[in-house]
Design a protein around this ligand. Structure first.
Ligand SMILES: [Zn+2]
Length: 387
């Protein structure tokens, strides 16, 4: 209620100031009509119908240089309170005035675009914001709003054009985001069984951002489909330099490439080097399986146990338990099974990935964070230390 009273006071203050400073009311003026509206508004307020009261007071406001600021402030306030329909009405009324100053018209148009965005009417928001892009003062926020629209609508070509323009204006490095848009196009083409189109999009992605892990992963998977394991391996190995945080995402594909090339020796050698630098659980798992096949269960168990001692974690403990389970029987196995179920339950509540910016946790890799909508901020929680 306090907010409404403050709002009404602001509106009335603005009206009275404007009314008395510009006008010299004569008996023929519409003062009587305004007084009637004013009393009607106060009546609504006293009857605790603030919505109707505000409607009346807004109607009383004359749109000109002195009151337009109040209209804009009230419009913004409505939007912030979630009353977007009212905000839209106010801004539409402003724009409809043919005598409105150009600067105010530009501002009202931009505000209207924000209203439509808040209301989820994206096609109208897009149309209005496209106009705001041409006004220097609103170009950057309008482009950012358009980017959000195109991301939500998955219109990736438009998103590319918009963010390219945004990068020119802000001089920010937005290449990683643009590369993700190309990856989105590639994934769309793959779903439509157009590998050629996908490959072109991935090449664009890597031209824009040579450190785009997602493009390298997708590129490698495309090559693997064509049984070109050597070229795929080359793409996957690039990830180490691009962003080692995502290496664990490539582990299974790396193993498949070596298997495709029937090169077990180099596979073990490669992963042995990798695990020293990046002791990620998926790498240890692949090595443990190789060791188990070549040297037996006991050696594999000792290998993993050694890593868990160096990098203690729940996930690592579960790997050790699972390895022992396969070789045990009777009561000992039953006892270990209790521990297995316990670690499994504890791990089920833990996310596998987390956003480094907003902390959003999830169990699959999202290249765009569902929480804060940033790209490349969700990382795998794969290190033994962290889990
Ligand atoms: Zn986030």
């Amino acid at each position: 209620m306090t907010v409404w009273i403050a709002l009404v006071v602001a509106i009335l203050g603005s009206w009275w100031l404007g009314y008395f400073s510009r006008r010299h009311p004569s008996p023929s003026d519409n003062g009587a009509g305004l007084r009637r509206d004013y009393l009607r508004g106060v009546n609504y307020l006293l009857n605790e119908e603030p919505d109707k009261a505000v409607d009346v007071f807004i109607k009383m406001l004359e749109v000109d240089g002195d009151t337009v600021e109040t209209h804009l402030a009230v419009g913004k306030l409505f939007r912030r309170r979630g009353e977007v329909d009212r905000a839209i009405r106010i801004h539409q009324n402003l724009i409809a005035r043919p005598d409105l100053d150009k600067a105010y018209r530009d501002q009202s148009l931009f505000e209207l675009g924000q209203d439509y965005l808040s209301a989820g009417v994206l096609d109208r928001a897009e149309r209005v914001l496209q106009e705001s892009v041409n006004v220097k003062q609103y170009a950057i926020p309008a482009l950012k709003a358009l980017r959000d629209i195109y991301e939500r609508e998955k219109e990736w070509e438009n998103a590319i054009r918009t963010v390219e323009r945004l990068a020119q204006l802000t001089r920010d490095n937005l290449s990683p985001t643009i590369a993700h848009y190309y990856c989105e196009l590639a994934e769309k083409a793959l779903a439509a069984l157009q590998p050629g189109v996908a490959m072109t999009a991935l090449e664009h992605a890597l031209q824009v951002d040579t450190n785009c892990v997602r493009a390298s992963l997708l590129h490698a998977r495309l090559l693997m489909k064509e049984n070109d394991y050597r070229a795929a391996l080359k793409q996957l190995k690039k990830i180490r330099q691009q962003n080692a945080d995502y290496l664990s995402e490539a582990v299974d594909d790396l193993a498949r490439c070596y298997e495709g090339l029937h090169d077990e020796t180099h596979m073990v050698k490669f992963f042995m080097q990798m695990v020293d630098e990046y002791p990620h659980v998926p790498v240890v798992l692949i090595l443990a399986e190789r060791i188990r096949q070549q040297k037996g269960d006991k050696v594999a168990q000792d290998y993993v146990a050694d890593y868990v001692r160096r990098y203690p974690s729940l996930r690592g403990l579960q790997v050790v338990i699972d390895l022992h389970l396969s070789t045990m029987a009777g009561q000992a196995r039953d006892d270990l099974m209790i521990l297995h179920n316990l670690t499994k339950k504890l791990l089920a509540d833990k996310p596998d990935y987390r956003c480094a910016v907003c902390g959003f946790g999830c169990n699959s890799l999202n290249w765009q964070c569902p929480g804060c909508h940033r790209w490349n901020t969700i990382k795998p929680l794969h290190c033994f230390e962290g889990m």
